[in-house]
Design a protein around this ligand. Structure first.
Ligand code: GDP
Ligand code: MN
Length: 377
């Protein structure tokens, strides 16, 4: 779960990390009074859970409180990178000498936390790591040791920062580690971390992602969960499916995480793009399958639905009944490509073929067919 920038900055502030003075605003008048309070030039920032707001016009500068009000009125209710803006952060404008990148995240392969450090702040880290890998330094944290100050010395020297900010950088990195642990975070990121014109370090942007699996330990955060989901994702969640939204045009229903991932890989391998995937889990009844198929048929972007089932405790005949009933009730036409084998496979195939739905045994064949259908439509 992502925290909004203003929430992440509140956390940072609480842990002693320097952030610009400012507060959240929900109206032009609030923006006006915060800007007056701050005095001088301010930054008005759209609070949406996506990066790259700067380039999309979601980060604006105002010289006067009146200007801040105007900008706020224009931004509130508008969309930034497809997301509706309902809150703004109004902050003092900081004079930047250098934009740096600093984050703490989990390296799953290494099973360690790792600090990522770069002197090219402002650019998104994925792009940075791809285009300028030599400009990103990785500093690993040994789990049995935790944070130690030498890590900040490595960062300081990699960034070419003066000794005068060594203590500051050390306390920022130490605080990041504490936040990471206390909040069960997956990411604590400051991009940019500014080296200011008067030689200080200030976190100009902040991003914190909390591990959803830890929310039971954070009742105060649990209430926030789900707010970044689209209406469609919320429905899938309410129905209790494990569902993930992607950006292609082929919908995927499968059972079990392994087969679902293999289906995704295979679609990508043959040049298709999954729109989403839904895992019906083990032993799904026809009613569950019906709900899943209906939901997936209603997805606005998917052009074709792939159902890839391996019947173990899941019975192919139950799945087949579910699909047939869903099609009857859905009232939407969308081609469905079914690949199914395992328990009660023959009965499942009979039911589907009776209703004119071809059943594939070979996964590659099914997926190539789906990709063709998506192209045609
Ligand atoms: P993002 O585009 O969503 O990552 O939003 P950021 O908060 O990172 O802001 C984008 C860019 O706006 C930053 O990289 C800075 O160049 C600029 N910016 C943000 N805050 C300030 C500020 O206080 N002073 C100055 N001079 N630039 C800022
Ligand atoms: Mn940023």
């Amino acid at each position: 779960m992502k925290l909004f920038e203003y929430e992440a900055k509140e956390v940072a502030r609480k842990y002693g990390i320097p952030v610009p003075r400012g507060r959240v605003a929900y109206s032009g008048d609030e923006a006006y009074s915060i800007a007056r309070e701050i005095g001088g030039e301010v930054v008005v920032k759209a609070q949406v859970l996506v990066g790259g707001r700067g380039l999309a016009g979601g980060v604006r500068f105002a010289k006067t409180p009146e200007e801040a009000r105007e900008l706020a009125v224009r931004l509130l209710g508008s969309e930034v990178r497809g997301l509706k803006v309902s809150a703004l952060l109004v902050e003092e404008k900081v004079c930047i000498a250098r934009e740096l990148y600093l984050s703490l995240t989990v390296d799953r392969a290494m099973r360690k936390l790792v600090y990522l450090v770069s002197d090219m702040g402002g650019v998104e880290i994925e792009e940075l790591a791809r285009r300028y890998p030599e400009r990103v330094e990785r500093i690993y944290v040994e789990p049995e040791v935790g944070y130690t100050s030498y890590m900040s010395r490595i960062a300081l020297s990699f960034l070419g920062l003066p000794w005068s900010v060594a203590g500051e950088l050390d306390s920022i990195m130490k605080a990041m580690y504490k936040i990471m642990v206390d909040y069960d975070a997956e990411l604590v990121e400051f991009n940019p971390l500014a080296y200011t014109c008067d030689g200080r370090l200030v976190a100009l942007d902040a991003k914190i992602i909390i591990d959803d699996n830890s929310l039971f330990r954070h009742p105060e955060l649990q209430a926030l969960h789900g707010r970044e989901l689209s209406e469609y994702e919320k429905r899938a969640k309410e129905l209790g499916f494990s569902y993930v939204e992607l950006d292609g045009d082929i919908g995927v229903i499968s059972n079990g995480a392994g087969l679902t991932m293999a289906t995704m890989d295979s679609i990508l391998h043959y040049g298709g793009r999954p729109a989403n995937f839904l895992d019906i889990g083990g032993g799904a009844t026809r009613d569950r399958v019906k709900e899943a198929v209906k939901l997936m048929l209603a997805h606005p972007r998917s052009r074709v639905l792939v159902v890839n089932i391996f019947g173990g405790i899941t019975r192919c005949d139950e799945v087949a009944h579910g699909i047939v009933e869903a099609i009857k009730e859905a009232g939407v036409y969308k081609p469905i490509v079914v690949r199914m084998l395992g328990t009660n496979e023959e009965e499942g195939r009979r039911i589907l073929e009776e209703h004119g739905i071809k059943v594939y045994v070979d996964m590659d064949e099914a997926i190539m067919t789906a990709i063709e259908l998506a192209k045609v439509r």
